[in-house]
Write a protein that binds this ligand. Structure first.
Ligand SMILES: [Ca+2]
Ligand SMILES: [Ca+2]
Length: 276
C-alpha cells in the first residue's frame, strides 16, 4: 500500500515537472489532440484539432478556434494550464512564435498570462488579416512587452505562470473581444530568439524577371522589413527603401543585371534580376 502510494506520488511529481514550459517547446497538433488548449466549460465552440490543411498542407494538423460574436463562445480566447506554465524567464523564452490565419474578421492577437504577479497581457497586438494565407507570427514576451491587467508584478508572473492565453482584443485584456471569427493556429513555439528564421525570407520573390518597366516584390504577409536595397553589378546602390514597396519602377534604369537585398531582423536575402 505504502509502495503504491509512493509510486502514484512519484508519477504526480514527474507529470507536473513534465508539464512546465521549456525553451524550444512546440505544439504542432500532429497527435490529433488539442494539446490542452481549452475554453470555459460552457463554451459551445472550444478549440478543435483539424486533421488537414495546416501550413504544410495536406495531413498537417492544426488547432482551430471559432468565436461567435454573441452569447456563449462569443469571445476569441483560449487558454492552456498544462505545458505553457512555469518559469518563462528561467527558460530564457522571449517570444511566442506560431503560424496563424484568420477568417470572417481580422484579429488582434495577444498573449496573456496569469501567475505569481497577477494577470498581464502583451501591450501591442499582432494583426492577422482575415483571408490572408498562413502567416508567421512572433509575439515578444519580455517583461517590457506587457501591460498589467489587474496584476501587480510582470516579472513575478513571467517566472511563475499558471495560465497562458492566446486571445484577440483591441487593447490589453484578459477576456478576448466578442467577435465573429475563426483563428487557425499551428507550430506554437517557446522561442529564445526574436529573429526571423531563414525560411521566413524564402518566400521573397521578384517578378517578372527579366523585366523592363516594373518589378513586383513579394514576401510572406506581415513581414516587418528593415531595408530594401538594389545594387548594380559594380556595387553602386541605385535604390533603397525602409519599407517593402510591392513594386519598383525600373523603367529609367540602365539595362543589365541588378542585385536586390532585403533585410529583416538581422537576416537578409539577395536575388538577382535582369533589366532589359
Ligand atoms: Ca501541425
Ligand atoms: Ca471558441
Amino acid at each position: 500500500m505504502k509502495a503504491t502510494l509512493l509510486f502514484l506520488f512519484s508519477i504526480l511529481i514527474s507529470t507536473s515537472v513534465l508539464s512546465q514550459v521549456f525553451a524550444g517547446q512546440i505544439d504542432d497538433f500532429e497527435s490529433g489532440t488539442v494539446q490542452s488548449w481549452a475554453e470555459g466549460a460552457q463554451s459551445p465552440n472550444p478549440p478543435v484539432n483539424i486533421s488537414t490543411g495546416g501550413p504544410n498542407g495536406a495531413n498537417d494538423n492544426f488547432l482551430r478556434n471559432v468565436s461567435s460574436g454573441a452569447g456563449p463562445g462569443s469571445r476569441m480566447v483560449m487558454f492552456n494550464q498544462n505545458q505553457w506554465t512555469g518559469n518563462f524567464t528561467g527558460q530564457s523564452i522571449i517570444a511566442i512564435k506560431f503560424k496563424a490565419k484568420a477568417t470572417t474578421n481580422s484579429l488582434n492577437i495577444r498573449i496573456a498570462f496569469d501567475g505569481a504577479g497577477g494577470k498581464i497581457c502583451t501591450t501591442n497586438a499582432v494583426t492577422i488579416n482575415s483571408g490572408s494565407p498562413w502567416t508567421e507570427v512572433t509575439i515578444p514576451i519580455s517583461s517590457s512587452n506587457f501591460s498589467l491587467i489587474g496584476g501587480t508584478n510582470i516579472s513575478q508572473t513571467l517566472q511563475n505562470v499558471n495560465t497562458m492565453r492566446i486571445l484577440s482584443s483591441a487593447s490589453p485584456a484578459w477576456e478576448g473581444d466578442a467577435i465573429s471569427a475563426t483563428l487557425d493556429i499551428d507550430v506554437i513555439e517557446a522561442s529564445t530568439t526574436l529573429s526571423l528564421d531563414d525560411f521566413q525570407l524564402k518566400e521573397f520573390s521578384i517578378s517578372p524577371n527579366p523585366a523592363s518597366a516594373l518589378i513586383q516584390l513579394k514576401t510572406q504577409p506581415n513581414l516587418k522589413v528593415d531595408n530594401v536595397a538594389v545594387f548594380d553589378l559594380l556595387g553602386k546602390q541605385v535604390y533603397t527603401s525602409k519599407v517593402l514597396e510591392s513594386q519598383i519602377d525600373i523603367s529609367k534604369w540602365s539595362k543589365g543585371m541588378y542585385i536586390i537585398k532585403i533585410s529583416a531582423n538581422n537576416f537578409s536575402k539577395t536575388e538577382r534580376f535582369l533589366k532589359q
